[in-house]
Design a protein around this ligand. Sequence first.
Ligand code: FES
Length: 422
Amino acid sequence: MSQRLSPLTAPITLDLDGETIPAREGEPVAASLIAAGELLFSRSPKYHRPRGPFCLSGACSHCLMRVDGVPNVPTCRVPARAGMHLERQNALPDARVDLLRAADFVFRSWFNHHEFLAGVPIAEDVLQRVARKLSGLGVLPEKPAPGRAPAVKEEHEVVIAGAGAAGLAAAKRLAERGVTHTLFEREREVGGRLLLGLDPDAPAVWQPASDRLRAGALVVGLFADEARPFLVTVEKDRVHVIFYRALILALGGQPFLPTFPNNDLPGVMADRAVAALIRRHEVLPGKTIACVGDPAAAEALSSVVRKAGGHPVAVGAEPLRAHGLRQVDAVTVRTGDREEKVRCDVIAVCGCTAPSFELARAGGAKVAWEPRAKTFVVEADGQGRTANASLFVAGELTGPKSAGQAAASGVAAAEAIAGGAR
Ligand code: FES
């Protein structure tokens, strides 16, 4: 039911368990598979439930596959290359008909397998060996990992991590104020959510000067316990240690799965994942897409789906249960007092985004539980100042925001730093 929204010119091919999959060079492998109608990527490590991509942003681990002999590769983060060899993991004999799925039915919710035969001599030992064979994530790589070059140490003035709405707005304001800065972005293009078409108040994407931008840089660590704070990035497989005077973290949010039965079925995706497939990778993941959850976010996604030629259903309804054997084929929803089962190819859960607060916390910022949004948020003042004087935050790290509000918070953090720099 999926389709490409533009012709596949100069296609390459990938090998998926012996099948040939056409792909566009450089697009995420997960997008290539979805475009080819493949939503079942692997099986879960314990109960062997079907797995398929949910977030398309490296945050959920639902898209892991064995790629060119390396296990547990997040295929939503890997660009397609001609001749790539992809294998589904954690299944016997294969992910489509996985006999180990029986574990999901044998170990019912009332059954505590941690205590089953525990303490019984021999039986416990045998059971553990069997469990280890049947569960787990993938198998070891065929070859040892290549050695890494030593880390590169760098000195910077102001650093911004994340080139979405907030990070771009901060960089623009720092450039206007003549403050030396460097913008790190893990994607190859800037814009983040501004590229998704979901925010009516989204400002235009501002393009930073090339000598101010480090695209393809994944921020993996933030350390505040040494003499000077520093950030650690991975760029083209090389580790960089970035010392800075001030840092604006603008890492946005990551989708989370709302709770309902079968929410882990392939075909349940975050609204931003569906929008990214359509707007960035020109792939419509299904003809009929249930846009469930937060009504405003669902309305925004339904408009993106409709413009791409898809058919949005159950817009803004509350999801009660996903249906399907190996992937979604329907959803039961509630609208007001009415419950109904709606056929669909994809269930897009809308408005379920939680702040990516972890690095800010590692860097010395305080976080707090926000009961209204039901997420942890970073504590900061109106200009993004945190408990650590050199660490500022902007955008969704402090709670849900529209793109326009995120941009405004980026400007405020930049102003706080520029004011302090004079
Ligand atoms: S990590 Fe790839 S889809 Fe979530």
